[in-house]
Design a protein around this ligand. Structure first.
Ligand code: 4AZ
Length: 303
């Protein structure tokens, strides 16, 4: 009796393992899909780290993009609840291993979009002001709407494997991976994500990319990173990796923050902060003549 129970249990475990193995191999686990990026490609892509308590070294949390020498853009859900002083970005390398090169810069301020909605991931973007300027190439924003079928690229250090039991990604990558995906029309994305998958809403502040065929997608850890397309002979930033249902399943798309909806907010937030930063300086220089006058008066009195 005991042996039969053991045998049944063994058979069950074996069948779960075989199922897991076939699901994994069927899905060709990469970024998911795609190929390793050449060193020096995607120079504006940033890796966001949170420092471990009391230690300098950090753990990787998300992707981002350098859009101005002092500014990295990422997803708001990546920095939710984080303190700026605990964060840093790593720029200028595709290789996050110990001797992969690049430069680390601390974060001075986090500006999350004031209407970011953590229930729906609407307005999922945040600006990170860097402590120092970076000398790597900045990426301009895509102007206007990237239309259906536009070939786009996504890159990230996110999961390359899917846990077959949970459907979630695991094993972030030390090497940056890149993948090409087409932009999907809003109607098609709503149809698939809201109607078929019973998720969403897919708001006007979101843009979708993917084939719907399975096997190619962004995944856990790619969040905040760039969705890019060519415009005026240069590669520009269309969106930020935001959410999806599992990774790389058939009949789903990846959902990205639609950045052209936020170009004004991005510009004005960066400008306001730069004015703030120089504010202290302005007051100092405005009062400078009074300091000089005061000093000369005192010197005269002493004399
Ligand atoms: C995530 O959790 C995540 N397949 C990012 C992208 C996608 C799913 C999940 C899209 O960071």
């Amino acid at each position: 009796m005991f042996n039969i129970a053991k045998a049944i249990c063994l058979l069950f475990c074996l069948s779960v393992l075989v199922h897991a193995e076939t699901t994994l191999t069927q899905r060709d686990p990469r970024i998911i899909g795609g190929e390793v990026a050449d060193f020096g490609d995607w120079p504006s892509t940033a890796a966001l780290f949170v420092t471990k308590k009391g230690r300098e070294e950090g753990s990787y949390i998300c992707g981002g993009t350098l859009i101005a020498p002092r500014w990295v853009i990422t997803a708001a859900h990546c920095v939710k609840g984080e303190k700026a002083t605990n964060l840093f970005v790593w720029l200028g390398t595709t290789d996050l291993s110990d001797n992969g090169g690049g430069e680390g810069i601390k974060i001075k301020k986090i500006i999350s979009h004031p209407q970011y909605d953590e229930a729906t991931f609407d307005n999922d973007l945040a600006l990170l002001e860097l402590e120092d300027i970076s000398n790597v190439k900045t990426m301009p924003l895509f102007i206007g709407d990237a239309e259906e079928g536009t070939p786009a690229a996504v890159v990230g250090w996110g999961a390359r494997n899917i846990n077959p039991l949970t459907g979630e990604g695991f094993n972030p990558s030390l090497q940056l991976y890149e993948l090409q995906l087409p932009i999907v029309s809003q109607t098609q994305c709503k149809l698939i994500m809201e109607d078929l998958q019973n998720m969403g809403p897919v708001t006007d502040n979101m843009i979708c990319a993917g084939t719907g065929l399975g096997g190619e997608d962004t995944c856990q850890g790619d969040s905040g990173g760039p969705l890019m397309a060519m415009q005026n002979n240069e590669i520009r930033l269309v969106g930020l990796v935001s959410w999806g249902i599992g990774c790389a399943d058939q009949n789903t798309y990846g959902v990205y923050t639609r950045l052209n909806k936020f170009s004004k907010w991005i510009e004005s937030s960066m400008e306001a902060e730069s004015n703030n930063d120089s504010g202290g300086g302005t007051i100092f220089w405005m009062l400078f003549p009074f300091f000089v006058l005061l000093l000369t008066y005192k010197i005269r009195r002493i004399g």
